[in-house]
Design a protein around this ligand. Structure first.
Ligand SMILES: [Zn+2]
Length: 231
């Protein structure tokens, strides 16, 4: 059981339910069953509120905080709290929508926090017909045909996300440095920089400069949905 707190009210919880449904029973070949409990964000709409919601809900269990670059500016505080309480981070820059897009195509180029181009590309991507109306009439759900469209594309998405780490403008970031084993609660305390480097980005790579990037792939690797292979 792991607890994942997120900002979105439909996209991320829908996606987490999809992971439960598609992969949660294990595969009978070594991949363990899991159950993700999406945590409603409550009043915590900021990244640090999301980290706090994850901490409260999870107790001693594994906890993740999913949040976007968007317009929020308390990300440094969120990372500090996550490091202190060993809450895994799955940060997306500019947004979680990038993770969806990477199921269909590679993507590159700094977006300065705007998700507009990412959403446009997603609507037009080959194989993503179900996303044609994504984010129109406020429909950002991932159900039915959208869910089906993501199926069997997770390895592709992970590879695309990993290559964004490799091509990060900082220059020292390497997907093979990412941590995908469960958090060791007995390990030495880590600085916020070290904690944010579990993504494979260098400890010296400022989180807000990881543009574009998404760490959601690491959740899938930790759950064994895709291999934990390193470069
Ligand atoms: Zn980086």
């Amino acid at each position: 059981m792991l607890y994942v707190a997120c900002e979105g009210e439909s996209t991320e919880p829908d996606y987490l339910e999809y992971l439960n449904e598609q992969f949660g029973d294990g595969d009978g070949e070594g991949r363990q069953p899991f159950r993700i409990q999406p945590v409603p964000r409550g009043d915590g709409r900021t990244p640090s509120g999301i980290v706090e919601a994850a901490r409260k809900a999870a107790g001693e269990d594994e906890a993740w905080a999913l949040f976007d670059r968007d317009q929020w500016n308390d990300i440094p505080q969120a990372i500090k709290a996550a490091a202190e309480f060993r809450i895994e981070l799955a940060f997306s820059h500019p947004s979680f929508d990038l993770w969806l897009l990477l199921h269909f195509q590679a993507f590159g180029g700094a977006q300065s926090g705007s998700s507009k181009l990412v959403v446009e590309k997603l609507r037009q991507a080959k194989g993503a017909d179900a996303f044609k109306d994504y984010d129109k009439k406020s429909d950002k759900s991932i159900k039915g045909a959208r869910r089906d469209a993501l199926k069997k594309r997770e390895s592709k998405a992970v590879n695309h996300a990993r290559s964004l780490v490799a091509s990060c403008s900082h220059g020292l970031c390497k997907p093979g440095h990412a941590k995908t084993e469960p958090v060791d609660n007995d390990a030495e305390p880590q600085s916020p920089q070290e904690w944010a480097a579990r993504s494979g980005h260098d400890p010296g790579c400022p989180v807000l400069h990881r543009d574009p990037s998404t760490d959601v792939w690491r959740l899938l690797a930790t759950l064994g949905i895709v291999g934990r292979k390193s470069d």
